[in-house]
Ligand binder design. Sequence first.
Ligand code: PLP
Length: 411
Amino acid sequence: KDLLNNVELLPPDALFNIKSRLAKDSRPVKVDLGIGAYRDDTGKPWVLPSVRKAEKLIQQSTDYNHEYLSIGGLGALTQGASRVLLGDQSTALKENRVVSVQSLSGTGALHMAATFLAKVGHDKLIYLSDPTWANHKAIFEMVGFKTATYPYWDPATKSLDLQGYVSAIKSAPQGSIFVLHACAHNPTGLDPDHDQWTSILDAIVEKDHIVIFDSAYQGFASGDLDRDAFAVRLGLEKLSDASPVIICQSFAKNVGMYGERAGCFHVVFPRQDQSVDTEKVKAAVTSQLAKITRSELSNPPAYGAKIVATVLNTPELTNQWHSDMVTMSSRIIKMRHELRDHLVKLNTPGNWDHIVGQTGMFSYTGLSAEMVQRLEKEHAVYMVSSGRASIAGLNSSNVEYVAKAINEVVN
Ligand code: PLP
């Protein structure tokens, strides 16, 4: 009996709590800038046309069923996913240095990274950007890791603190683990430029750190898969003779498969010297990943995996998907401009150019927690207390309303 009586009551999840407050709000105009999920210009969730077509193909196929997948997941998904991420010209793929398994979307892939590292005996600190997606800390701490942060966002300049970032890499103990956002950094919407990535990754190579790339927004940020994979591919090039690289890949945002939990976990092995039997090492790693999946999920979810695999492996649907990503990313970019322009027109104190300079789903607006609270209370505009706004929640009918509300709380 005591077992349950002593259970600690935890606070509700900040993000999902916004959703439930919003659902209870009876005001006629309300705006959801909380959760990072794409909405179309009418404020509705959008099923990508490429996904609709893939679903039709799957349901019309003669082998349509709901059988279990294998423990490692759907091969057509993991292979297509690694190609999309690493690129057709990837030397790691050509050299057969990649192990890929299906995961429970991006969160499941991160959990697999944490569980796998704990299992193989890694006990170093996990370094996360300051700030980062709140779940990063929770996922790694849940399996017993300690986390630390590296400087990222400089609030004074609303830009990257490159110097702080690189010196944190250099002063971390050799062989530490760094979680890097592949693109469209959440929550800041601020990504290093190409030169900055070079400095960051060179410092990582110098210290033999292990990188976990979190790739949750490939193609969603710029509309271009290759452009959004720049950091991952540069990282693999630089680390190919040094350390393994782990990549956690989500299809929640770029295929709009939020609730279907389609994702992949990849380990890219470095080139080894003759004394190491890479095939043996790969087999051992694969067996450990299979054990994790078998004990936690038995096997990964099939339906979303089949949809994404069909999109990735049917040329006509792949082309449609590419244009779907442009549709999503360009609407978000348009909303960034409209919000900034309205704020400028209203003479709202401060400079709002960072809203258009940032990329991906979010803008780190710079609004204080108190302003965010007033936005919700007085204007029914909901966002995270850090001032992170999901730009996908803006549309042509509400962007001016939101700008006026921001203007009022800032003044
Ligand atoms: N990583 C980052 C930075 C994210 O923002 C998200 C989702 O918001 C994820 C990973 C994982 O998302 P999911 O588990 O829905 O694929």
